[in-house]
Design a protein around this ligand. Structure first.
Ligand code: PEP
Ligand code: MG
Length: 575
């Protein structure tokens, strides 16, 4: 039966493929009672899963040994720990108890025992042992996956010459860090039940340039494994089991998309200059040092936002040390061959938890200990990051960008920490370079007090994703209020316009690095408001450049003022 589901359009294009359903958390584990005479069969399933995982880990470890890379020693040791946890008697006996005494099915028994043992880990005094809880969770997750008969969600690329049908991943939720892993996957499209247009999962999907729909409510329940699906990333629609006519129509749309991209590629080397000669800076947003390659391939003239938190995620609580961070920032700077790189200090919290699948436990994570608040609460971690950035600045132009600032006290603390980081490097005799210090304008308080704020910084960058979320009091991750997420709300536009004006008044650079910068329907308005620097996913740069090349900022100025004074800006924008 064919049916259609609606969600949020987050990533351009059309994908057609077979659905692959991935349960993304242990909540999806089946819970049922078994008959006593089924206990042996359930225990056998558990043993099989354990053996399969042990084999998988042993294979991974062997692969590392053959690589002969020094850095892999630590990884091999970690796999060893996983193997030990797998064989742990306490875990096995406990699981057996739940199955034979309480008649839980195998998966339920495993997760029940995990909860128990995890609590014991939490109570351990030794931090090393405490951290092993995450390893145990990973091991159990692997076993659950085997028992569900589902392969790891990270599908490896097919072997050369092997024909595969396109696949579309359907999941209840995917953490931003999960999405990053899909860079090397075979998936042609993504669908999730939850998430808003500017949730970080959506942002990463956009950076992968793969058609995606998020917030499709109960897609993961309604779509069946192996169903044919069409992901319309432009309209935010998922069509399940389409008729041959609809399939043909979308096949055509897909081909048109390819032709359009080829056409845009022709302006890659054309300077981004408006009809009236205004030079516009088109910068890239990146998540990993390797992303500098696609950024350069579309002609980005620098990195306007390096979201460093992706280096910190999914590591079971183990944060990257100074050397690892220095290496990542240096690679990003060298990757840009002399072009400037804006490195934002870590912004974890809200929908970017440090660990996979674990959302922040606070009641209002978006309003909680997030971004700079977390950094200032963890001074050792913050200083480590600042030192790594300063050292990388010896290799090229670096701007430091601080997320979510709202208070003068926070600004002062950041300045003190930066001075302290330099002092520490001096004491060590380490080489470091100069950096410019900038702030994100993404909390309305900062936007409203921008003239006071800008005095303390070399430049500002407007984070429209959060500015909209906080101005309109809607969670950017929550699909049930996604219809209220309005970049064109007059209050939002006024704050954006005022921030641009305030920076121009004092001659300091300002850019927009939120999703608004890569939205072609907003390009003319932002140009009219005086914006000359846009930072976005590399995938958007050429489409925005096309708008720039067709614009005359002299004609847009008065019109932009009309738009922000209007109570229905969307109507004027559509003209
Ligand atoms: C923003 O808030 O607009 C922004 C660019 O930062 P992030 O999306 O990472 O919160
Ligand atoms: Mg933000």
């Amino acid at each position: 039966m064919t049916f259609t589901l609606h969600g949020q359009a987050v990533s351009r294009g059309v994908a057609i493929g077979r659905a692959v359903l991935v349960a993304s958390s242990r909540l999806d584990v089946a819970h049922y009672f078994i008959a006593p005479d089924q206990a042996d069969a359930e225990l056998a399933r558990l043993r099989q899963a354990r053996d399969a995982v042990a084999e998988e880990i042993a294979r991974l470890r062997e692969g590392l040994a053959h690589d002969g890379v020094e850095a892999h020693t630590e990884l091999a040791a970690l796999l060893e720990v996983h193997l030990m946890l797998l064989q742990d008697e306490h875990l096995q006996d406990g699981v057996k108890h739940w199955v034979t005494e309480r008649h839980y099915n195998a998966e339920w028994a495993l997760t029940a025992q995990l909860e128990l043992v995890a609590k014991q880990f939490d109570e351990m005094a030794d931090p090393y042992l405490r951290e092993r809880k995450a390893d145990l969770e990973q091991v159990v997750e692997r076993m659950l996956r085997v028992m569900r008969g589902v392969a790891s969600p990270v599908a490896a690329a097919p072997a050369p010459g092997v024909e595969v049908q396109p696949l579309v991943l359907v999941a209840h939720d995917l953490a931003p860090a999960d999405m990053l892993q899909f860079k090397q996957s075979v998936f042609a499209g993504f669908v999730t039940d939850v998430g808003g247009k500017t949730s970080h999962t959506a942002i990463v999907a956009r950076s992968l340039d793969i058609p995606a729909v998020v917030g499709a409510r109960n897609a993961s329940q309604l779509v069946r494994q192996d169903d044919w699906v069409i992901v319309d990333g432009d309209a935010g629609v998922l069509i399940v089991n389409p008729t041959p006519m609809v399939l043909a129509e979308y096949g055509y749309k897909q081909r048109q998309g390819v032709i359009e991209r080829e056409r845009l590629a022709r302006i890659k080397n054309t300077p981004a200059v408006t009809l009236d000669g205004e030079r516009i800076e088109l910068l890239a947003n990146i998540e990993q040092p390797e992303d500098t390659l696609p950024a350069l391939s579309v002609g980005a003239v620098g990195v306007g936002l390096f979201r460093t938190e992706f280096l910190f995620m999914g590591r079971g609580g183990k944060l990257p040390d100074e050397e690892e961070q220095y290496d990542a920032y240096r690679r990003a700077v060298e990757g840009m061959h002399g072009l400037p790189v804006t490195i934002r200090t870590v912004d974890v919290g809200a929908d970017k938890p440090l660990d996979h699948h674990r959302r922040d436990e606070h009641l209002n994570p978006a309003l909680g200990l997030r971004a700079i608040r977390w950094s200032l609460a963890e001074p050792a971690m913050f200083l480590t990051q600042l030192r790594a950035i300063l050292r990388a600045a010896a290799h090229g132009k670096i701007n430091i960008l601080i997320p979510m600032l709202a208070h003068l006290g926070e600004i002062r603390q950041v300045q003190v920490m930066l001075a302290k980081a330099r002092e520490q490097l001096d004491r060590r005799g380490a080489v470091y370079g100069p950096v410019r210090l900038g702030a994100m304008i993404e909390v309305p308080a900062a936007a409203l007090a921008v003239r006071l704020f800008v005095r303390h910084f070399d430049y500002l960058s407007i984070g429209t994703n959060d500015l909209i979320q906080y101005a309109l009091a809607i969670d950017r991750v929550d699909e049930s209020v996604a219809h209220l997420y309005d970049p064109l709300h007059p209050a939002v536009l006024r704050m954006v316009a005022d921030t641009i004006t305030a920076c121009r008044e004092v001659g300091k650079p300002v850019s927009v690095c939120g999703e608004m910068a890569g939205d072609v329907s907003m390009t003319r308005l932002l140009l009219g408001l005086g914006l000359r620097s846009f930072s976005m996913h590399p995938t958007q740069i050429l489409a925005v450049k096309q708008q720039v090349l067709r614009s005359d900022t002299r004609k847009l100025r008065a019109w932009a003022q009309e738009v922000i004074a209007s109570d229905e800006p969307a109507l004027l924008l559509a003209d």
